[in-house]
Design a protein around this ligand. Structure first.
Ligand SMILES: [Zn+2]
Ligand SMILES: [Zn+2]
Length: 643
């Protein structure tokens, strides 16, 4: 018998050769029906693969990222089978899962595949899926594999085979299709109930433009038809809320050829968003005991060598500059600058924790093909801070950081969020990870405990930690259900040592602090991009670039309108007067398009009675109100929204 350890720590005994699926059946038939793959000793396996020795086992269903990836990758095989049906002789390069779905790069020879063909391929896929064909894993010798693809005249798979070692090669078969693949896959095609092929694009073989151009077909699939329908609705809505489109309509940001790609220019309206976010961050951080610092945008090579950014991170940095015989780099991270400030403070244990905050501007080199609106840029301003604390203070500090996140989520109406907690792999200590097994386990335990105590939804992923400590990626979902990675928190117990950072303990000895890197509001670029989609441009009043528009019915009432605007400005309410010689209906429509939260219409009656006629964006007429009463109410609304 072999011992199978389940996630709750319980151990069960099975015959050697039992599959994860059979183990699932022995627990419950309902569970077995939903098992897509399994994690055996921390490796993702086919649920149908026999387990022959003592192992840990986690059954994976659709709600796990690993199962989704397996599901989508398996659908790429299914698509390949459908493609082979319509395009005999078609050749395949690689078909990986991606963030939302999968693609396959194919060479269909003379017959080109276009978006008009996707429909029929999709139909064929579902027809084939219904056959419930199992994905069958076969270990195969390199020689046999080479023979198979030589006969098939598939130079792409032969190229892949070149880099593989004999004894590690597997084929997967489903229905009439055989692929060279490491796996894993879902048990059978019947799980794929809905599939949509989304687009066709050209893709150079191995990403090299000197190579032949292949056809890349993108798709997505789901275990339920309803999931697909919801996903497509979300995509449709996301298109309407595209931050590049709304950013232009609302004059938030722009790009200019002379400035350069990936370097956004913030227009006055965008600058108001930034100022308001910074105001919020300053208030929140000040209350949480942070201190603000400021650091230059460049630093000498020696600092980045010390921090380890050079040479490992060099590809992501702007090229160096030479000055007075020294080499300088634009800063890609604020951390090393903050470490230097911490060192200068020369703290004792009584001064800890030290929390240094800065909305720091960083410059990173992203390939031009990777740039995307505000989401992927080359200059970014980060809601950065570094917390230096003792091991004993760590849990409390980490808890406080999480509370800050939750406070922000409430302010921004972010209902769905999750922490993705990446840990180390003990087998890779000293290679991929700092060689300090004890500290890894201790900090990971503390992080896990705080996440559970604070009731924060989280997933744990093994072997994805940073080199110097566990990592927590914060994922948030916009109002329409699209996922964004907002920020990353890192626990760092290696770099403080590299920088020689110390504090004096109670016995007046030097000790190395732990450092927490955190950035709850991410970068202005990414966060504002997210907020535009989240609110569809209808920002809450405290963020709205223009909070109130005063719309005079005719020129005769401009003086009264000015009196109103002056009063509102006295209350720090951002307002303007629409003085154009347009009809009032047109002025209202334009203010609605600009998504201004409140409109005040002023004419004969209003001027005579010292009132305004109030309209609320998206809601319409609210009747008349005295100016001062309105100003006070709005001021309170603005203040309450971030308190
Ligand atoms: Zn595969
Ligand atoms: Zn940092």
């Amino acid at each position: 018998m072999i011992n199978i350890t389940l996630p709750d720590g319980s151990v069960k005994h099975y015959e050697p050769g039992t599959t994860s699926l059979q183990i699932a059946s022995s627990i419950s038939e309902g569970l077995a029906r939903n098992v897509l793959a399994a994690k055996v000793n921390n490796e993702i396996w086919d649920a149908t693969r026999p387990i022959t020795s003592d192992s840990s086992l986690k059954l994976l269903t659709w709600d796990s990222e690993e199962a989704k990836s397996t599901f989508w990758h398996s659908t790429a095989h299914l698509m390949a089978e459908a493609l082979e049906f319509y395009y005999p002789g078609i050749k395949f390069w690689v078909g990986p899962p991606i963030e939302n779905g999968f693609y396959y790069d194919v060479d269909s020879g003379e017959t080109k595949i276009s978006s008009e063909d996707l429909d029929k391929i999709e139909k064929k896929m579902i027809e084939l899926a219904r056959l419930n064909n199992p994905f069958v894993r076969k270990e195969i010798s390199k020689k046999e594999a080479i023979n198979y693809f030589t006969e098939k005249k598939d130079e792409y798979k032969l190229d892949l085979l070149n880099s593989l070692e004999d004894g590690s090669i597997t084929f997967y078969e489903q229905g009439k299709f055989t692929d060279l693949c490491r796996g894993p896959h879902i048990p059978h095609t019947g799980f794929i109930k809905a599939a949509k092929l989304l687009s066709v694009a050209g893709a150079y073989w191995k990403g090299d433009e000197k190579n032949k151009q292949l056809t890349r077909i993108y798709g997505v699939s789901f275990p339920k038809q309803k999931d697909l329908t919801d996903y497509l609705t979300m995509l449709e809505e996301a298109k309407k809320r595209d931050h590049r489109k709304i950013g232009k309509e609302l004059d938030i940001f722009t790009f200019d050829d002379d400035v350069g790609p990936g370097l956004p220019l913030w227009l006055p309206n965008g600058c108001i968003l930034i100022d308001e976010l910074e105001k919020l961050a300053k208030k929140t951080e000040q209350r949480a005991g942070y201190q603000r610092v400021r650091t230059p945008h460049i630093a000498k090579e020696s600092m980045y060598l010390k921090s380890g950014h050079l040479p490992y991170y060099e590809d992501s940095m702007f090229p160096p500059m030479k000055l007075d015989g020294e080499v300088y780099y634009l800063k890609a991270m604020n951390c090393p600058h903050h470490h230097k400030i911490f060192a200068t403070l020369n703290p004792s244990y009584r001064d800890l924790p030290v929390r240094l905050a800065e909305y720091g501007t960083c410059y990173r080199y992203e390939q031009s093909g990777e740039l995307f609106g505000l989401m992927r840029v080359r200059s970014l301003q980060m809601n950065d801070a570094h917390i230096y604390c003792t091991k004993e203070q760590f849990a409390q500090e980490f808890r406080a950081v999480n509370e800050m996140y939750q406070k922000y989520f409430k302010i921004f109406n972010i209902d769905k969020y999750r922490m993705r907690f990446s840990t180390h792999d003990p087998a890779k200590l000293g290679k991929k990870y700092v060689d300090n097994a004890k500290l890894w386990l201790e900090t990971e335990d503390m992080v896990r405990k705080v996440l559970i105590e604070s009731n924060i939804p989280y997933v744990e992923v093994a072997d994805e930690g940073a080199f110097y400590g566990p990592k927590i990626d914060v994922q948030v979902w916009s109002a329409i259900g699209r996922e964004f990675t907002l920020a990353t928190n890192q626990v760092d117990f290696a770099v403080p040592e590299r920088f020689g950072l110390t504090y004096r303990n109670a016995n007046n000895e030097f000790e190395t602090p732990i450092c927490i890197h955190r950035a709850p509001l991410g970068t202005h670029e990414r966060f504002i991009g997210f907020l535009i989609e989240h609110y569809a441009g209808n920002f809450p009043i405290w963020l709205s670039p223009v909070q109130v528009a005063i719309l005079p019915i005719s020129e005769k009432f401009h003086d009264y309108a000015k009196k109103v605007v002056d009063l509102l400005r006295f209350y720090d309410i951002r307002s303007l007067v629409d003085e154009r010689a347009e009809k009032i209906g047109k002025k209202i429509r334009d203010a609605e398009i600009k998504k201004i939260p409140y409109m005040l219409i002023v004419g004969e009656k209003e001027a005579a009675e010292n009132v305004v006629s109030l309209r609320k964006h998206g809601e319409g007429d609210k009747g008349s109100i005295a100016i001062e009463e309105f100003a006070k109410a709005i001021k309170k609304e603005i203040e309450d929204s971030t308190n």
